[in-house]
Ligand binder design. Structure first.
Ligand code: SF4
Length: 281
């Protein structure tokens, strides 16, 4: 059995992000897993990994979330993480309970630097305000050893706010930022209209983050921007998506590429959109 350290535990979501691949029918029609089923999965994962992350669609909407987290933390994983849109974290009482479980990595997605852009992507008015409050609450209440990672999924509708997003996050004392390439993952093709050409976006991103790279208190990673799509000096910031995607294929230059061990290739749906001419060793 192919075990991944990522567990989907939340099938509902209080956002409706335009680019969400998890909103696809295959997830919506899955039966909600109960605690017992999740326990079994966690125990399987523990045999192979020392970290685990709970995600998709929105785990904070589960009533038994804290029980799941406490059960997991007691298994002595090195890292127990949760990925959320952060809206529920706007309630300080919830944040305190969450941190009390011993969860030591919290990933929150931010889609813009302004309500206008963020809420357009989530399709929920007021979501920007809650997410920013959630980020601020965790940043304020967490212990230093708890990692707070803010994910910035970039696409045609928000990439131009990248600098403002980074400045906003620095004002909230954020030290870890993952800049994500929004790939055409959605089977409903909701993403395809907003997916950018990865090499063009990669260059824009690297030009934008350059002035921040000397800040030793800030760690920036480029997730799902393939090295062969990035300027050479940007490739040190490449971070592979650890979740396996069967839709990725090798392209001819992969054979000579030094990143073969870390990179699984290009999404076939991306190739269908833009071809492979932009990729370079
Ligand atoms: S392994 Fe292939 S897809 Fe990945 S960076 Fe290298 S050339 Fe690009």
């Amino acid at each position: 059995m192919n075990i991944s350290p990522y567990i989907y535990i939340g099938y509902q979501c209080n956002n409706n992000c335009i680019f969400c691949s998890e909103a696809d029918e295959y997830l919506e029609h899955l039966k909600v897993k109960d605690f017992e089923e999740i326990k079994k999965e966690i125990l399987q994962i523990r045999k192979k990994y020392d970290f685990v992350s709970f995600m998709g669609r929105e785990p904070t909407l589960r009533n038994d979330l804290f029980d799941i987290l406490r059960f997991t933390v007691n298994l002595n994983f090195k890292q127990v993480g949760i990925t959320t849109n952060g809206r529920v974290l706007s309630y300080p009482g919830f944040v305190k309970e969450l941190l009390k479980t011993g969860t030591n990595q919290i990933g929150i997605s931010l889609n813009g630097a302004t309500a206008e852009v963020h809420d357009k992507l989530t399709q929920v008015p007021g979501s920007f305000k809650q997410t920013v409050k959630g980020i601020s609450n965790i940043s304020r209440l967490k212990k230093p050893e708890v990692s707070l990672l803010v994910n910035l999924p970039l696409n045609r509708l928000n990439y131009f706010e990248l600098k403002k997003m980074i400045d906003l996050l620095l004002s909230l004392k954020i030290q870890e930022i993952n800049i994500l390439f929004v790939a055409p993952l959605s089977k409903r093709s909701r993403t395809k209209k907003i997916v950018m050409k990865t090499s063009e976006l990669g260059k824009y991103v690297f030009d934008t983050i350059k002035p921040y790279l000397n800040n030793l208190d800030l760690k920036i990673l480029l997730v799902e921007f393939l090295p062969c799509s990035l300027p050479k000096e940007a490739r040190n910031y490449f971070f592979p998506c650890l979740e396996k995607n069967p839709n990725k294929v090798r392209i001819p230059i992969c054979q000579q590429c030094s990143y073969q061990d870390k990179c699984d290739g290009v999404l076939q749906d991306y190739i269908n959109l833009y071809g492979i001419d932009e990729f370079r060793l």
